[in-house]
Each structure stands twice: as C-alpha cells, then as structure tokens.
Design a protein around this ligand. Structure first.
Ligand SMILES: *[C@@H]1O[C@H](CO)[C@@H](O)[C@H](O)[C@H]1NC(C)=O
Ligand SMILES: *[C@@H]1O[C@H](CO)[C@@H](O)[C@H](O)[C@H]1NC(C)=O
Ligand SMILES: *[C@@H]1O[C@H](CO)[C@@H](O)[C@H](O)[C@H]1NC(C)=O
Ligand SMILES: *[C@@H]1O[C@H](CO)[C@@H](O)[C@H](O)[C@H]1NC(C)=O
Ligand SMILES: *[C@@H]1O[C@H](CO)[C@@H](O)[C@H](O)[C@H]1NC(C)=O
Length: 455
C-alpha cells in the first residue's frame, strides 16, 4: 500500500514536469505544512547565522529546510558552475579540498581552483549557500594528524578560516572518511580521532570567522567510531557545534558485496540481510543524540553495476521478472558511464578495479533508461519494495544496475518529512536529467520552486 502511493507520486512527478519560464531569480520555498518538518526541536546551537538563520528552536520555521547537493569540482571543465540547476537548491557543497601532510595547507586541484570562485559568485547571485567540503574518500589522509594535538588543531582552525576568507564561502563541510576508522587504506588514524574532531570543531566555533559559518559533516550510516573502536553512543556534543550532518546512505551494496543489492536502500529491516539503510542510519544517529532536524539524508543520483547471468537475474524460463539479491560475477565488473573511474592506482598506490558506476544521465546514455527516466525498451526493471529502489537489467549485456529513480527519490522525500529531518544532500548534482530526481524529492517534501522576474 505504501509502495503503490510512492509509485503513484513518482509517476505524477514525471507526468507533471515543472516548466518554469522566468528570467532571473528562482528560489526554493520551504513546505507550508507546519507538521512536516518540526517533529523534533533542535537543541543545536551551531549558529550559521550569517546565511541560514538560527537553527535553534526552529519550531515551524522552515527557513532551515536543506536542499543540498555536492558539486564535483574536478569535473568543472566540462560542467562549469553555469551548468548547475541553481533553482533546485538552497545550499550547494563544492567537493573537494583535500588534506595534506602540512596542517597549514589544504589542497585544491587545478580545475577546482579555477571553478571555486565562479561557484561562489554564482551561488551568491542565486541566493544559494556555498559550502566547501574538505576531505572525501581520497582526501582524508591527514585529518587525524591535523586534529591530533592542541597545537595542530589551532593551526588547522587557521587553515580553515584562511580558506573561508580566500574563497568567501558561507560554510565548511568536513567529509572525513573516517575518524577512528580506516577509509581508502593509507589514512592516518587514531583512536582519539572523534574526540579530537570535537575539540577542533569547538575551537573553530570560538573563532570569530568560524562562529558565523555553516558547519557540516558528511558521515557514514553509523555514528563516528569512538576510542573503543565502536560507534559512539553519545554524539550530542557534535550537534551543538555542527549545523547539520549529511548521512552518506549509498554504496551500501556494491561490487564488494556477496550478492547484488541496493546501492541506497531506504529501508532494510524488511530485507533478507540487514546491511544498513536510511531507516537504520537515522535510528542510529538519533539514538546517539543527534537531533533529527539537523540530519540531512544523502541521496544517490547514481547506481552500481553488476555482471549477472540471465539464469541468475530472471525468475523462471522466458520470464522478465528480475530477482532481488541475485548472485553476480565479481570477476567481471562492468564499466560504468564515461565518467566512471578507470582501473588504475589509487592515492595509496594500491591497484583499483574499474568503478562500475552509472550516473543517472549515464543510465540514459547507456540505454537503460529513457530520457524521462523510465526503463528503456528491452530493459528489465523491478522496484524493490523494501529498499524502495529500482533495478534495471540488460539481458543481452548481462549488466544489472541498482540505482535511484524518481519513485525512490519521492519515497525518500516522504521519509525525510515523516522523520522531521532537515533535508537532503545529493551526490552528485551535475548531469542531464537529474532535475527529474530533484523535482521528485522536492515535490514529496512540499518544497516549491518559485521565480520572480527581475526588473
Ligand atoms: C534568500 O534565501 C532565504 C532563505 O533561503 C530567503 O529567506 C530570502 O528571502 C531569499 N532572498 C532572496 C532575495 O531570494
Ligand atoms: C601535526 O601536524 C604536522 C604537519 O603539519 C604533522 O607532521 C604532525 O605529525 C602532526 N602531529 C601529530 C601528533 O600528528
Ligand atoms: C521498514 O520496514 C519495517 C519492517 O517491515 C516497517 O515496519 C517500517 O515501517 C519500514 N519503514 C519505512 C520507512 O519504510
Ligand atoms: C512491490 O509492490 C507492488 C505493489 O504492491 C507489487 O505489484 C510488486 O510486485 C512488488 N514488487 C516486488 C519486487 O515484490
Ligand atoms: C553542461 O551540461 C550539459 C547538460 O548537462 C552537457 O551536455 C554539457 O556537456 C555540459 N557542459 C557545458 C560546457 O555546457
């Protein structure tokens, strides 16, 4: 029953494309329904007052609804900031500045250096809060060192505020993958990371520049690992210094998993195997004291591909019905779209296979989806009612992809509202057809795009 209404709202979102004719100023209007986003009242005192208004005691005040996405700075040559659908967001996060072995420096690649000033000035033009993200999967190598001692923390505060002054951004996101836990393979890691991270954030908030920033963190589906190596049971102190966290609820299943499974499951308590989901993640973070209304749900505008034989993929003979959780051939990772990572060597010097990632536009480009975002002719499709995500399969090439479409984005939008979350953060925002997804989640949340013609 739930799922059919999700399906319906997804179809409606597709059937009613928002064609907005206007010249200059479009911005988001938060939901009018006072019950949608006020389930829990923030205890946060993270200010961010300069750009986002106070987020404390935000009862019925929707200026704080977050419609956020990550802009991939390293792709700026082909996809400059002028390509962004600015009216779909009220915040955008530029990815990434990366940590270096020198606590006094963070790095931006050459393309990002050119793009960041354009990104910031266009964000200002569009009334969109501009956040710069530090870290990422391959940029988190030296966070642990930068946070390790009081002296380094003070130096890193200066580094961060220097970056803010230089690029005039409204906020900073820390995408540390991960405090207290190895990520890419060669990060410095310490059991004191989470504790040091908190001390650092508190010091950053004390700084006159830091006091007025939007401060955010990108996080995994369980709370930061504490000194004992387990997820922390009380992260409430972080909520007092951060404006929001974005939960990276994707890459939950992929080439490393035992079977095909959902990239970005909404739910997993109804699944045959519990590997995490938006439901479990929001439960875990709120149980550890992070207020729901400071949590943004990370959404995936991409999918993971798997090589699956016809007999494993399809039930029965002559059937076009896709099976959930089929076995796949791990030795034959399909290539993703033209932006997919090639096989090579990562930042640690370790060999890495091809990524196998299809962005939403890449699924259209690759013949899986029509330009409206539906399964193309000759492509098998199923919608998993537990994860609330779709799968497509090309029976000729044996490629199956777990991804997100308008229906799954709408389901996540409803979940965001029903849990009283702050909003969403989309990885990543560039590419044709993404507006299909953005409209679906925004419609489900009751967020509207309005335009006022400029004089
Ligand atoms: C800018 O955005 C804020 C909150 O998102 C809103 O209150 C304000 O009216 C907007 N200003 C303009 C000029 O659109
Ligand atoms: C402090 O930062 C410097 C880099 O600037 C680094 O060499 C040193 O190891 C850091 N201290 C600790 C204890 O990690
Ligand atoms: C998740 O699944 C459980 C078990 O089936 C169900 O009780 C719950 O309502 C589901 N939650 C959502 C948000 O779909
Ligand atoms: C999901 O639910 C719909 C409607 O109840 C149903 O038609 C469909 O077969 C279900 N999908 C799966 C994969 O079970
Ligand atoms: C901008 O975006 C469009 C559509 O997403 C894409 O086709 C184009 O290659 C991008 N780059 C430039 C420079 O316009």
């Amino acid at each position: 029953m739930l799922s059919s209404s999700f399906l319906l709202s997804g179809l409606l979102a597709l059937a009613l494309p928002q064609v907005i004719f206007c010249q200059a100023k479009c911005s988001l209007v938060p939901p009018k329904d006072a019950t949608t986003n006020s389930k829990s009242t923030s205890s946060g005192t993270g200010s961010g007052s300069a750009t986002s208004g106070s987020n404390s005691g935000s009862n019925g005040d929707f200026a704080d609804v977050l419609a956020n996405g990550w802009y991939p700075g390293w792709l700026a040559e082909d996809n400059p900031p002028s390509n962004i659908s600015w009216s779909k967001y009220n915040t955008l996060t530029f990815a990434f500045a990366t940590t270096t072995s020198d606590v006094n420096t963070v790095a931006l690649d050459f393309i990002s250096q050119q793009a960041l000033p354009q990104f910031v000035s266009q964000a200002q033009e569009h009334n969109v809060t501009a956040i710069l993200s530090i870290g990422g999967w391959s940029g988190s190598m030296y966070f642990s060192n930068a946070m390790a001692t009081a002296q380094n923390r003070s130096a890193f505060v200066k580094t961060v505020t220097g970056l803010v002054d230089k690029y005039d951004v409204d906020g900073i996101e820390f995408d540390w993958e991960y405090p207290g836990k190895q990520g890419i393979g060669c990060n410095t890691v310490s059991s004191s990371d989470a504790e040091n991270f908190l001390s650092f954030l508190e010091e950053l908030r004390q700084d006159p520049t830091g006091a007025n920033l939007v401060l955010a963190a990108a996080v995994s589906i369980t709370p930061w690992v504490g000194s004992g190596g387990e997820p922390m049971t009380d992260v409430s102190a972080f909520a007092k210094v951060l404006d929001h966290i974005s939960i990276m609820n994707y890459d939950i299943w992929g080439s490393w998993s035992p079977t095909v499974g959902p990239n970005a499951p909404l739910n997993d308590s109804c699944a045959p195997v519990q590997d995490g989901s938006a439901v479990s993640a929001v439960n875990a973070w709120t149980a550890a004291g992070f207020p729901a209304d400071q949590i943004s749900l990370g959404l995936a505008a991409y999918g993971h591909s798997f090589d699956v034989s016809n007999s494993n993929a399809l039930s029965g003979s002559n059937s076009k019905t896709l099976k959930l959780y089929p076995a796949f051939n791990a030795g034959d990772q399909p290539h993703g779209d033209s932006q997919d990572a090639q096989a090579g060597t990562d930042e640690c010097g370790n060999a890495t296979p091809v990524g196998g990632i299809f962005n939403f536009w890449g699924l259209v480009d690759g013949g899986f989806l029509t330009t409206a975002g539906n399964a193309a002719n000759g492509i098998d499709y199923t919608f998993d009612n537990c994860s609330q995500t779709p799968f497509v399969y090309n029976p000729t090439s044996d490629v199956m992809v777990s991804f997100d479409d308008a229906t799954s984005f709408a389901a996540k939008g409803k979940f965001i509202n029903s849990m009283g979350l702050k909003g969403f953060s989309v990885w990543h925002i560039l590419g044709d057809y993404n507006d299909i997804l953005l409209d679906a989640v925004s419609d489900a949340m009751g967020i509207e795009t309005v335009c006022t013609s400029s004089s």
